[in-house]
Design a protein around this ligand. Structure first.
Ligand code: HEC
Length: 291
């Protein structure tokens, strides 16, 4: 096998391994980063839901309560869950893959009844009370989706409307009926806030970044291979080739071949120098023999 082929095989093996290792690490890093960003997005939306809940409880309900008591009326707009779900439904309209829900196992509004996978998440929170947040992924018709969930316990202030129909505002029972959304126990995890965020966009960005990086690294590796080959040709292959053809000529008795050029003090030059000395000694010996 020729020296160039041998070296090229070694170079290609080294570059290939390097590219593979870099590719694996970069891929992991990019996709992990995409996931972290998606989680961050979900957290922001969840906080927006929480902020709307707090605003409704602190600012809207006191205003509407006065009016509700006077008129014996009930406005769902005074309910934190209602305002958080409704306001973020506008976000869902603009970005259909983004969704905010407050599913409950026993909901006041049937539209909030937990789907199978949501019920699993709520039950997970009920079984593991130390769990304060849960992140996972699932497949949806529009692609992979990440969801972030937080448990919702029933605290004392919730009991006015979620304990029994007798305690709840009559106007509310008139709207929602006496069967759903009651019987919640104090401090029990009754529902969850769940935000779903699509993975397709960040994953697409990560995938494009990955292939871009690999393309550039592949280009740099190919260029390095060309440069290494040129260096190999100039520093080793050509001088060794000159030396072997000179040796060939000399072995055939043609002692008149010109001396090899000696440049620098590397191993090849030292060898060429030694070769020239041997060539000269041989020529001298032959001359002495002839005389
Ligand atoms: C003033 C009465 C009232 C209070 C107080 C109240 N809720 Fe509700 N809650 C409702 C009504 C009415 C709905 C249904 C709203 C709708 O139509 O979307 C609801 C809906 C919900 C939902 C969505 C699931 C469902 O049942 O439809 C959750 C979760 C929820 N409430 C949790 C709580 C928690 C937790 C508290 C206490 C921090 C609380 N609620 C306090 C009246 C109340």
């Amino acid at each position: 096998m020729k020296l160039t082929v041998k070296f090229n095989l070694i170079f290609i093996a080294i570059f290939g391994l390097g590219l593979l290792a870099t590719g694996l690490i970069a891929r992991r890093f990019l996709f992990q980063n995409a996931r972290d960003q998606t989680i961050q997005q979900a957290r922001l939306i969840l906080e927006a839901g929480r902020a709307t809940r707090t605003y409704t409880a602190e600012r809207i309900r006191p205003v509407l309560d006065r009016y509700q008591r006077e008129k014996d009326a009930f406005f769902p707009e005074s309910v934190p869950a209602f305002s958080a779900i409704r306001s973020l439904s506008y976000l869902h309209q603009a970005y259909p893959d983004y969704m905010y829900r407050e599913p409950a196992l026993n909901p006041t509004n049937p539209a909030d009844r937990a789907l199978d996978w949501e019920a699993d998440v709520i039950n997970l929170f009920r079984n593991e009370t130390s769990l304060k947040e849960y992140v996972s992924e699932r497949d949806t018709p529009s692609g992979r989706s990440l969801f972030l969930a937080k448990p919702m316990p029933a605290v004392a202030s919730c009991m006015v409307c979620h304990s029994t129909p007798q305690v709840a505002p009559p106007a509310m029972v008139k709207i929602y009926g006496p069967t759903n959304g009651f019987g919640w126990k104090l401090n029990e995890i009754v529902a969850a806030q769940i935000v779903s965020v699509p993975m397709s966009i960040p994953n697409g960005v990560a995938s494009r970044a990955f292939w871009n990086l690999m393309l550039w690294l592949g280009g740099v590796a190919a260029l390095s291979l060309v440069l290494l080959n040129l260096t190999l040709l100039v520093a080793v292959i050509r001088p060794v080739g000159r030396m072997s053809s000179a040796a060939d000529e000399i072995s055939k008795g043609n002692l008149g071949v010109p001396e090899l050029p000696v440049q620098g003090r590397d191993e090849i030059s030292i060898l060429a120098d030694a070769f020239n000395r041997m060539h000269r000694s041989l020529a001298k010996a032959m001359k002495m023999l002839e005389e």
